[in-house]
Design a protein around this ligand. Structure first.
Ligand code: AP5
Ligand code: MG
Length: 371
């Protein structure tokens, strides 16, 4: 189970299906015991839409005669319960003269349940009990007792097993909680500093999605796309491609990638304009850069390492001395000012990028663990 993304938000695994099913088994066993000798036919009141899956799973486990009536309420908007009473839009059958078990997916403030209980009284129910899959005891302030609770949870926003975020997420069989701590790391450094080399193990260890703008651009060039053709001449001259191109690539990844705890940006941002664009993208997601991991090596070592790589990978921008020198120059002119930018933001961390790959990896890991 990895993170999931719904609309603009990320959710991490919270309660797995097996735990949910076992909790429903237990609550159903209690209801069966209480209703086993009933001569009447009680009604389960399924509170749409959230309670659909829970009602179905509960009902499958009940071994006395029962019927179902559904009630539709107006829904929450966004991720916060407003504490407002949700309006009752309609019931699919009568509860007059019947014993009712209200089946809710989740109870927080309890205002909805108080309203529903009153409604059952005025509709002629002879008794009303309440059963909920989830209860937030920290939020529940009413005297009204809740007869059957499958699971208690803290005051977090959750989705899955019938619960939604603005319409999505009801179909997941597990329950997920809002992950407000999606992390955004920048892997910074001059060409050849070892960003790509260190990125793979960082991404794996910290469950991050590695995005290398250089790799994405080389992919575009290899596929012969329009974007690739535009980038080719600039990259082969050791110049940067236009900011909008890389910004668009990054935002598309933020919007579509699922299942990670965060992102590892390698080769982005590379100009102050890109750093400002990134800040805006993250502000839209109500977050900011978690930390910059900056690998530093002297200019002399850059050439040495890139020449070594040229022999192995054959990258076009590693082929000539002139291109390598221009990339170093471009780095000092356009990218290095970001050191001050991120120092001012309080997120800059520098690591000595010299030494063996394993030595650098050790430094990177201990820094990442401290962020
Ligand atoms: P990009 O692909 O990002 O290139 P770069 O920044 O120049 O970085 P490199 O990939 O060359 O170096 P690296 O730090 O990843 O080092 P590596 O791990 O491979 O960008 C390419 C081009 O795309 C840019 O020039 C630009 O035109 C364009 N572009 C990309 N992003 C852009 C953006 N945001 N805006 C505009 N344009 C953009 O290591 C290098 C070599 O050293 C390897 O052979 C490795 O095995 C070796 N090595 C690594 N660590 C060690 C070590 N500790 N000891 C010994 N050898 C080591
Ligand atoms: Mg690289």
């Amino acid at each position: 189970m990895g993170n999931i993304r719904l609309h603009d938000k990320s959710f991490r695994p919270f309660i797995d299906n097996d735990t949910i099913e076992k909790a429903i088994d237990k609550v159903a066993a209690r209801i069966n015991a209480d209703y086993k000798d009933s001569e009447d036919i009680p009604v389960l009141l399924c509170v749409l839409n959230g309670s659909i899956l829970f009602t179905a799973e509960l009902m499958k486990r009940l071994n006395f005669k029962c019927e179902i009536v559904c009630v539709k309420l107006s829904s929450y908007v966004g991720t916060k319960s407003t504490g407002e009473v949700r309006d009752i839009i309609g019931m699919t059958g009568s509860v007059n003269g019947r014993r009712v078990i209200i089946v809710e997916d989740i109870i927080d403030s309890g205002k909805t349940i108080a309203n529903l209980t009153k409604m059952m009284d005025s509709s002629g129910a002879t008794e009303t009990r309440i059963c909920t899959m989830l209860l937030k005891p920290g939020c529940y302030k009413l005297d009204l007792s809740i007869d059957y609770v499958a699971m208690e949870i803290p005051d977090d926003f959750i989705v899955g097993f019938g619960l939604d975020y603005d319409g999505l997420g009801r179909n997941f069989k597990d329950i997920y909680v809002l992950d407000e701590n999606m992390r955004y790391y920048i892997l910074f450094g001059p060409p050849g500093a070892g960003k790509g080399t260190q990125a793979a193990s960082m991404a794996e260890r910290f469950n991050l999605c590695h995005i290398s703008t250089g790799d994405l651009l080389r992919g575009e060039m290899a596929s012969g796309s329009e974007l690739g053709l535009k980038a080719k001449a600039l990259i082969e001259a050791g110049e940067l491609v236009p900011d909008e191109i890389v910004e668009g690539m990054i935002e598309r990844k933020f919007d579509t990638v699922e299942g990670y705890s965060g992102f590892l940006l390698d080769g982005f941002p590379r100009t102050t304009a890109q750093a400002e664009a990134l800040d805006k993208m993250l502000a839209k997601r109500e977050t900011k850069v978690t930390g910059v991991v900056s690998l530093m090596i002297p200019d002399g070592m850059i050439k040495e390492r890139i020449k070594h790589r040229a022999a192995i990978e054959g990258r076009a921008d590693d082929a000539s001395d002139e291109t390598i020198s221009n990339r170093i120059k471009t780095y000092h002119e356009k990218t290095e000012p970001l050191v001050e930018y991120y120092k001012a933001a309080g997120v800059y961390n520098e690591i000595d990028g010299t030494g063996t790959i394993e030595e650098v990896r050790g430094r990177v890991n201990s820094l990442m663990e401290s962020l």
